[in-house]
Ligand binder design. Structure first.
Ligand code: HEC
Length: 138
């Protein structure tokens, strides 16, 4: 391979990798212990443990990798159902965006929560949720 083509290949790879990083890295690296404190804001309406009850909002066990409206025993809003029909899947990335402004991300949602403006709060909360909802070992 001549060096120009080699250089081009390395450059394209670097662009591809940095593109991915830009799209998906923001939510990573949170502190689960701090996240447990942030979750106090959610506890009035949500439980996380396996088999936990639905409150005002659905139990969140198994949320990662599930579609929006993941809990079959919960009566979701039309807005949440529309997102599910669009194919929304909950992940670190989608939760990071959703939790900043739930009503913007899911128009018509019945989740009355203004959102967490600070990225570090959302990062920490996601690190906690990953463990608490069974997506990751502590
Ligand atoms: C005032 C009650 C309330 C608070 C506080 C609240 N939620 Fe919710 N949440 C709801 C309701 C109600 C829904 C169902 C929304 C719908 O059907 O549109 C919901 C839905 C969700 C969903 C989607 C579930 C699914 O199965 O698709 C997630 C994820 C979620 N909430 C996370 C959180 C987190 C994390 C917090 C804290 C930062 C929080 N919520 C705070 C009431 C609340």
């Amino acid at each position: 391979m001549n060096s120009f083509i080699k250089g081009l290949a390395v450059f394209s790879l670097a662009m591809a990798v940095s593109g991915l990083a830009l799209a998906s890295d923001d939510w990573q690296g949170g502190d689960a212990t701090k996240g447990a404190k942030v979750f106090k804001k959610c506890m009035a309406c949500h439980t996380v443990e396996e088999g936990g009850p639905n409150r005002v909002g659905p139990n969140l066990w198994g949320i990662f990798g599930s579609g929006s409206t993941h809990n079959p025993d919960y009566n979701y809003s039309a807005g949440a159902k529309a997102k599910a029909a669009e194919g929304l899947v909950w992940s670190g990335e989608t939760l990071f965006e959703y939790l900043e402004a739930p009503k913007k991300f899911v128009p018509g949602t019945t989740m009355s929560f203004a959102g967490l403006k600070k990225p570090e709060d959302r990062r920490d909360l996601i690190a906690y949720l990953e463990i608490a909802t069974g997506a990751k070992q502590p």
